[in-house]
Design a protein. Structure first.
Length: 141
């Protein structure tokens, strides 16, 4: 039997996932994290992207889109505290494409600094959602 780590994915909307995984992958602000059982303790910020939980034993990977937040890693527990979290399979591709288009238009129109910053955040979130959708289509890894 392989070693596993307990994983919780929660957001302001509620508890999304609780289960075991052989590996967890998360989009930290300093780069992609690969988390295995007995990982050294760590707390870091997440950027918009795809959190993946590999349950092992040939089971399909669990995918979650997070808009940002924090991740706490302990040797036997990973807790994802997301600003917003959605099962990646529940993402709306048409809405993400429309959000991306609106953000690109706002950036092209060179609005005020505040509007520009907001548009850049919205663009990053829309692109991360589209990547999560694409990853699921490609087979889930």
């Amino acid at each position: 039997m392989s070693m596993t780590i307990h994983v919780d994915v929660v957001s302001a909307e509620g508890h999304l996932f609780s289960g075991q995984g052989e590996m967890v992958y998360a989009p930290a602000v300093m780069g992609e994290l690969g988390i295995a059982p007995r990982h050294t303790p760590l707390v870091t910020q997440l950027k918009p992207g795809d959190v993946r939980v590999d349950p092992g034993q040939g089971k399909p990977m669990e995918h979650f889109y997070v808009s940002g937040g924090m991740i706490e890693i302990q040797p036997h527990v990973v807790t994802v505290l997301a600003d917003t979290a959605v099962r990646a399979k529940d993402l709306d591709e048409a809405a993400a494409l429309e959000a991306k288009r609106r953000a690109e238009d706002a950036i092209a129109n060179k609005s005020s600094e505040m509007e520009m910053a907001k548009a850049q955040i919205e663009l990053a979130e829309a692109v991360a959602q589209l990547r999560a959708i694409e990853r699921i289509r490609e087979g889930g890894n």
